[in-house]
Ligand binder design. Structure first.
Ligand code: NAG
Length: 235
């Protein structure tokens, strides 16, 4: 590959530089990087997105192809479940028939698909390959999919969430109402405070409850006052 020495040093240096530039050019032209999640967990009946993104130094053309393959944990056979070249070609056979949907966008470097109605039989290894000629050499990322039922812990946490969203606010409201009822039944005469207009609903006065009332109690009374002023604004 080296030019003959007859041309002398400068020529050799020039050709070496040219070679370097060429190598750089080829290297840059062939940079196609694909990324996918290594582990994906899915739940029975909830569609699963298998994410795959790519970056190519060549512009996206209609020669671009995408292939998704699947290999079950118990088999060494790999099947193609989705093919893309200008159009989408989801598999028309096998267990993934009618369940693979294209959710990607090649112009955004997105080659993702989704699986609808997953079952535990969909466990396995998926791989996403993208070729964007002249970029064809690349890594092949693998995605391990595990499909399970939503566990008891999830149900428990949603029950906890429900109680936080419903039970606690209602407990607070009930407490405030009890505090107000308590103040009402005390039957003390109304004494207006400066800068604060009492609502018509409120008849008792908190100033007559003495210095011994607890901090919590005072806090609740404050809240009740806020509630009262809210009522006033509302009507
Ligand atoms: C899929 O993986 C889950 C979690 O490891 C397991 O419980 C289930 O039995 C697997 N399903 C099959 C068909 O192997």
């Amino acid at each position: 590959m080296q030019p003959s020495g007859s041309a002398g040093g400068p020529c050799r240096a020039f050709s070496r530089l040219l070679g370097l530039l060429f190598f750089q050019g080829v290297y840059t032209a062939l940079s196609l990087e694909i990324k996918a999640d290594a582990h994906v967990r899915g739940y029975i009946g909830e569609s699963i997105k298998l994410k795959c993104t790519f970056r190519s130094s060549s512009p996206v053309s209609d020669k671009l192809t995408i292939d998704w393959t699947y290999r079950s944990p118990t088999s060494s056979r790999t099947e193609t479940i989705f093919h893309y070249q200008s159009f989408q070609y989801p598999t028309v056979a096998g267990t993934f028939r009618d369940r693979i949907f294209w959710v990607g966008d090649v112009y955004r470097g997105d080659a993702s698909i989704s699986i609808s109605n997953p079952t535990t039989r969909d466990n396995g290894t998926f791989s996403c390959t993208v070729k964007n000629p002249p970029d064809v050499h690349h890594n092949v990322p693998m995605t391990e999919l595990v499909v399970t039922e939503r566990g008891f812990s999830i149900q428990l946490s949603s029950a906890a969430l429900l109680s936080i969203l419903v039970f606690i606010p209602s407990a607070v409201v009930v407490t405030l109402l009890l505090v107000r009822m308590g103040r009402k039944s005390a039957g003390l005469k109304k004494k207006s405070k400066s800068g604060y207009k009492k609502s018509s609903i409120e008849v008792s006065d908190d100033t007559d409850q003495g210095e011994d009332e607890g901090c919590m109690r005072r806090l609740c009374t404050r809240c009740a006052e806020c509630l009262d002023s809210d009522f006033e604004e509302a009507y």
